[in-house]
Design a protein around this ligand. Structure first.
Ligand SMILES: [Zn+2]
Length: 396
């Protein structure tokens, strides 16, 4: 027999960006939303357990487009990963999955992990072996020899090898492909501003990914590398630190998403070398932070599509603190409602899961959070979520 739950009396933020509905109701049957709307249109519903949510706000669970679930957000996560066993890394992933879910992130995307650990974790969640947020996994990121993230990546050089590397990850079970277009902050000896894989190399991997019906994301910080990736047909630019007007225009025209991860350099700068973060990372984060914010502001103003992502797992970028990213996006010019939409509908659209997730509408999965306050008035309420529901079940 199916399980019916009728929630009523709450303020509804459905994730589409319209005015919240006061005094709403939602009928959940098993894992899905059967009916939702203003209580005046409820009609007669029988046989459902009723839950009164007067004074509360209900919105979709957060969807984080950029996570490293196997990374521990300490000062130097990559050294830790290099010296511990793969089994231990996998167990960290198990613990981190629960943190995301309890903090209201019901779905996310992992953008790079080694040894197939991300695939195993993803499958374990889907099979109900462990409790955690559902997610899409990229497997090993594709990087040039010695390029950004090579220690958890698949090094590949030249068009043919990139094609093969993408096919390998897809064969292993990747839901998306992650490609390194430029250097980055966390890898020693590479520069965020410098291009790495060429446009032709990326285009080959992206073609294979699209043929398989999947999305390609790129770590891209410097202007030329971002341009290369966008022209190669990438679906999302992650970080996008040095955006110029030309690349912003290209992204608008092509509908390329930006996943800003503003919190990643923020927490590196805030904590510094005193907290054990390698000096090369602190110096680079210090250098890029202001450019990063300016680029975000320009992209947002120009109408680039933006999906929320935190880069959780980088130094002091905790697995249960996604709302910091929403706050920074608002500090840099978004309205609170825009930040909420980027973190729900926007991310779901980028991940290719909008048919089933990302907004609270009839026929979609019942992934939602219950809040004590209206997040549009106070985003801090997202740090203290009252309750989380995943696939129609209360998370405990
Ligand atoms: Zn990342």
């Amino acid at each position: 027999m199916s399980k019916k739950m009728l929630f009523k009396g709450f303020r509804l933020i459905d994730g589409n960006g319209g005015e919240p509905i006061e005094n709403a109701y939602m009928l959940i049957v098993d894992s899905k939303i059967e009916k939702i709307g203003s209580i005046d249109e409820k009609g007669n519903i029988e046989g459902a357990a009723e839950i009164d949510l007067k004074g509360k706000t209900v919105m979709p669970g957060l969807i984080n487009s950029h996570v490293h679930i196997t990374m521990e957000p300490i000062g130097d996560p990559t050294s830790l990963m290099a010296r511990e066993s793969q089994s231990k890394t996998a167990l960290r992933g198990v613990a981190n999955l629960r943190k995301h879910l309890l903090a209201g992130t019901t779905f996310f995307r992992d953008v790079g992990a080694g040894y197939g650990i991300d695939f195993a974790l993803r499958d374990a969640v889907n099979e109900g072996l462990i409790q955690g947020a559902q997610f899409l996994a990229a497997g090993r990121c594709l990087t040039m020899t010695g390029g950004h993230g090579w220690f958890i990546g698949r090094e590949a050089d030249g068009v043919d090898e990139m094609r093969k590397a993408a096919r390998e990850q897809l064969k292993a079970g990747a839901d998306l492909i992650k490609i390194m277009a430029t250097g980055g902050v966390m890898t020693k000896g590479v520069e965020p501003g410098s291009p790495q894989l060429s446009m032709e190399e990326m285009a080959a991997a992206i073609e294979e990914t699209h043929k398989a019906g999947k999305k390609a994301a790129t770590h891209a910080q410097g202007t030329q590398g971002i341009k290369n990736a966008v022209l190669a047909g990438i679906d999302s630019v992650e970080h996008g630190i040095f955006l110029d007007d030309e690349v912003i225009q290209l992204m608008v025209e092509r509908g390329t998403y930006l996943v800003p991860t503003l919190v990643a350099p923020y927490f590196i700068v805030k904590n510094g070398i005193e907290a054990g973060i390698p000096k090369h990372a602190v110096d680079k984060a210090n250098y890029v932070m202001d450019y990063h914010r300016e680029s975000f502001k320009k992209a947002h103003k120009a109408g680039v599509k933006i999906a929320m992502g935190t880069d959780a797992g980088t130094p002091f970028n905790l697995h249960d603190k996604a709302p910091y990213e929403l706050k920074l996006m608002v500090e840099c010019g978004m309205s609170p409602m825009e930040a909420v939409v980027s973190s729900t509908r926007g991310s779901a659209d980028l991940l290719g899961i909008l048919d089933n997730y990302g907004t609270l509408e009839e026929g979609k999965y019942a992934d939602f959070i219950i809040l004590n306050e209206n997040p549009i008035d106070n985003l801090d309420t997202l740090f203290e979520i009252d309750e989380v529901y995943k696939l129609g079940k209360k998370v405990e």
